[in-house]
Design a protein around this ligand. Structure first.
Ligand code: PMP
Length: 390
């Protein structure tokens, strides 16, 4: 039986740089100890008081169908957080609660580039981006952000691809590079979007993890609130990755259409998870800062270790949970380096090539294991690179 082109083209197949990750998982399953610096997941779990709130909501009866756009309380709480983080007054009518940021990314693309239109995205990119655009029916077109530019995307490079495009997806703080887009970068992006009539899909799931500079939401830039679709999530801010809870913030007209989409796809998000999310948002920024603190510490360790050697270079991580290391001095590709690091040091990192072409010759290190183990592993990664470069 023939399957639809849409479903068979989501993932083009072939080598995508994820071989190292799966090999590391297989080694672990076979009992070989491997230090994993691969996936963007906290080394702590969801806080017990948030789980208590979830339990109370479930035993209290919130286990039936929950209202589709999201509970009024969570829409209000998300709107308040968006207002605080972007500076743009935002109401519950601008919010649709989704099953995590990933569902929000899909919905945003279905709303804007689902009819075979070009959806631009920045390379290096978070693994799901091109597949998400294709799943929504768009044509995924990468725009390279170069290591030489500190992985800040150049507006002229975006403009060069903008003809016939309908959306641009950006992500700051950025996974995989750890870069926070500067005001200049964002002003340039905003003006390309206005000039070429592009929707801007702004993935801000790391907005509470900024170590240097400030998080600026493009939604706050002149003329952008009406053309920006903001993607938010509780996964990173509250260590709630498994709860699958996030939101889209967009103009009311977009939200109204996306409510139809949600009604006819997932029919909303579990009510007890929404209640737990409402509780978690009510804890305010201090709770988010506590979840983010370990990454700030490990980022400082990273800077200190990198400063102490001269083989590996890095664009200093300014936000999120990752450091992108430039290992070109070893003469290896990111993929070869990562494979050898796994075989010889039993440390798993992601090759830059798994995030597109712009990060070739790099590896991404996730700062997601306890401090002492992280420091030791990074020290060994750097020593390994130094030996190869010798
Ligand atoms: N965007 C980025 C940049 C991410 O790194 C992730 C998760 N790693 C997501 C979106 C999706 O997160 P979630 O669906 O858990 O909210």
């Amino acid at each position: 039986m023939k399957l639809s082109n849409r479903i068979t083209s989501i993932s083009p197949g072939g080598s995508d740089g994820w071989g190292v990750f799966y090999r590391a998982r297989a080694m672990l399953a076979a009992g070989t100890p491997v230090t994993e610096l691969t996936i963007g997941e906290h080394d702590v779990r969801t806080a017990p008081d948030i789980l208590d709130a979830m339990h109370r909501a479930a035993t209290g009866g919130h286990t039936g169908y929950a209202i589709v756009p999201g509970t009024p309380a969570l829409r209000r709480a998300a709107a308040e957080r968006v207002t605080r983080m972007t500076g743009v007054p935002t109401g519950p009518e601008n919010i649709l609660i989704t099953a995590g940021g990933q569902a929000a990314l899909f919905a945003a693309h279905l709303a804007t580039c689902g009819d075979g239109q070009k959806g631009l995205f920045i390379d290096p990119y978070y693994a799901t981006y091109p597949g998400t655009i294709r799943a929504a029916g768009g044509v995924a077109v990468p725009v390279q952000a170069r290591a030489e530019d500190g992985f800040q995307p150049r507006p002229d490079a975006i403009a060069a691809q903008a003809e016939g495009a309908s959306s641009l997806l950006i992500n700051s703080p950025n996974n995989p590079t750890g870069v926070v887009y500067s005001r200049d970068t964002l002003d340039g992006i905003a003006s390309v979007c206005r000039d070429h009539d592009l929707w801007l899909i702004s993935d801000e799931v790391y907005d509470c993890q900024v170590w240097e500079g400030e998080h600026i939401s493009p939604r706050a830039l002149p003329g952008m609130a009406d053309r920006t679709i903001l993607v938010g999530s509780m996964s990173k801010s509250h260590a709630m990755t498994g709860s699958r809870i996030g939101w889209i913030c967009a103009p009311v007209e977009v939200i109204d259409h996306l409510i139809n989409l949600s009604t006819n796809t997932n029919y909303g998000v579990a009510g007890f998870v929404q209640d737990a999310a409402t509780y978690a948002l009510g804890l305010g920024p201090e709770a988010e800062a506590r979840v983010a603190a370990p990454f700030a510490r490990r980022r400082d360790m990273t800077l200190a270790l990198i400063a102490g050697q001269n083989t590996v270079r890095a664009v200093p991580p300014q936000g999120a949970m990752y450091t992108m290391l430039d290992i070109r001095a070893t003469g290896l590709s990111g993929e070869d380096f990562a494979n050898r690091l796994l075989d010889e040091e039993r440390i798993a990192v992601m090759p830059g090539e798994s995030f597109g072409t712009a990060a070739a010759g790099h590896i991404r290190v996730a700062m997601t294991i306890p401090d002492a183990a992280y420091e030791d592993a990074l020290r060994r990664v750097l020593a390994f690179a130094a030996r190869l470069a010798w």
